[in-house]
Write a protein that binds this ligand. Structure first.
Ligand code: 4AD
Ligand code: MG
Length: 462
């Protein structure tokens, strides 16, 4: 017989009642008395468990002994309406087989309510908990929603390289990729490392962003998006930074900054709405167990327009707030998360898109405003998160862009400048940090808890 997932069984239970079904999964708990034993079975397809009932007049209790928390079993039995509280249906076991036991002496996921810190230390097993099951299913749904959104709008999924010889954000926080022997580096005559001998014949790194290559896609296909891993070697031990994270970067030909903001707002609302609709059980669980305001917050963001405000005005509000910030705030400063969150959570009480930042704190490719001081940047700031999206209109003028590249001493950009040399167009784009979106939708507090295998300074397990 074919295995039925618990999700399918519970969603269409009326179709299966009084029929024999085959279910397979992992045991969450076993309890009961001398006459009857109940197993809560979970197969990962849903947060909901299926109750399996063993009649001890048919099954000797001794045979059930190996069925402990974490063991894996196959049960065949009849699905019946349940008289008990907490479930509408249950399976009356006719026979069962045990795939694998999980010794109660050593299996780490015994009692309920492990701390998230403890679970981070056993990240290879934590997907088996209710919390991480919920987070990972929501993560999947959001990834699916993102592809849906762009596909429906006629955007093309464009694959940009993970290994690159360029530095998009210019922050100097790249992981180098090399096959050179580190204890015996080849040197040029003047003593520098001789990268001509390296695998690619030049210095290469893991990408910090697919944007520059994405712009090549947009100036050919019109509207594209990337969705892939990015890597940053910044030594940031914060609840919002990972060394390896996933980013979505749409890039649109003929979009000005206003179009870019409209798209960003529509996009993020679509994703949140999709999760609310398709992950109701998982979001409800996280709401009840971790963050009682989660569902309200998600609906609130859906219902309200984002505030759109120039950086200069944002700084004025912060300066006049009278609030004691840990980091000083003045025109020209790169805002810290506490500043961003003040604007969003205390001042406007809704998401804010901050625009027109000083050119010194933004990347070289952003379009210069007429004031010569600010660039057409846009950061989307979210409650609890701070910056969730960073983007801009791009400088399409060849002369201005090449001058800026020269000023900053960037090299190897000739291929990029070809987009401005040949058939240059106004265009814009942005990057959404996928894990920051998952953080917001799940209400989790730490970005390390919304990716299966987090990478951060001094941690590279599994
Ligand atoms: O603001 P960032 O650095 O922008 C770019 O990389 C542009 N090339 C995007 C573009 O215009 N196409 O990064 C974009 C987003 C941030 O807003 C943040 O959500 C996320 O990526 N992000 C990180 N997420 C987790 N860990 C980190 N270390 C992150 N750094 C950035
Ligand atoms: Mg940014």
């Amino acid at each position: 017989m074919k295995r039925i997932t618990i999700k399918e069984l519970l969603a269409h239970s009326a179709d299966y009642v009084d029929k024999t079904v085959d279910v397979k999964g992992w045991v969450r708990t076993r309890r009961g008395n001398k006459n009857v034993q109940f197993v809560a079975l979970n197969d990962g397809s849903t947060i909901n468990n299926l109750q399996i009932v063993f009649d001890l007049s048919k099954t000797p209790e001794e045979a059930l002994k190996p069925i402990t928390t974490g063991s894996s079993i196959h049960v065949r039995g009849k699905l019946v309406a349940s008289a008990g509280k907490g479930q509408s249906v249950e399976v009356q076991a006719d026979n069962f087989e045990i795939y694998g036991t999980a010794s109660p002496e050593t299996y780490p996921l015994q009692k309920k309510g492990h701390t998230l810190e403890f679970l981070r230390e056993i990240a290879h097993l934590r997907p088996r908990t209710n919390t991480f099951g919920a987070v990972l299913r929501i993560r999947h749904a959001l990834a699916f929603a993102i592809h849906n959104f762009f596909n429906d709008k006629g955007f093309y999924y464009f694959h940009t390289p993970l290994i690159t010889a360029s530095d998009c954000e210019g922050a100097g926080a790249q992981f180098q990729v090399t096959t050179l022997p580190l204890d015996q580096l080849p040197r040029t005559e003047d003593g520098a490392v001789d990268y001509r001998e390296d695998f690619f014949g030049k210095m290469a790194s893991l990408t910090v962003s697919g944007q520059l290559e994405g712009e090549l896609g947009a100036t050919a296909l019109g509207n594209i998006y990337t969705f892939g891993p990015t890597f940053r070697a910044e030594n940031s031990n914060t609840p919002r930074h990972l060394s390896e994270f996933w980013m979505i970067e749409p890039e649109m030909a003929f979009y000005e900054i206003e179009d870019n903001m409209d798209l960003a707002e529509e996009f993020i609302k679509y994703c949140i709405g999709y999760a609310l609709e398709h992950c109701a059980d998982d979001i409800r669980f996280l709401n009840d167990h971790f963050d009682k305001e989660l569902i309200d917050r998600l609906h609130f963001v859906l219902k309200n327009d984002f505030v759109r405000l120039p950086y200069t005005e944002g700084v004025k509000i912060l300066e006049e707030s009278g609030k004691k910030f840990e980091f000083p705030v003045y025109w020209g400063v790169d805002l810290a998360s506490e500043h961003e969150r003040y604007l969003v959570e205390e001042h406007f009480k809704r998401p804010v898109i901050l625009t027109d930042y000083p050119k010194e704190i933004k990347a070289f490719y952003m379009k210069m405003n007429d004031d010569g001081k600010t660039v057409r940047a846009m950061d989307v700031l979210f409650p609890k998160i701070g910056e969730i999206i960073g983007g801009s209109q791009r400088e399409e003028d060849f002369d201005k862009l090449s001058k800026r590249i020269e000023e900053l001493g960037l090299t190897g950009m000739d291929w990029y400048l070809d987009t401005r040399r040949y058939g240059s167009v106004p265009h814009s784009g942005f990057g959404l940090g996928f894990e920051r979106l998952v953080l917001f939708v799940t209400g989790m507090q730490n970005i390390r808890d919304v990716i299966p295998f987090p990478r951060y300074p001094k941690n590279c397990e599994y």
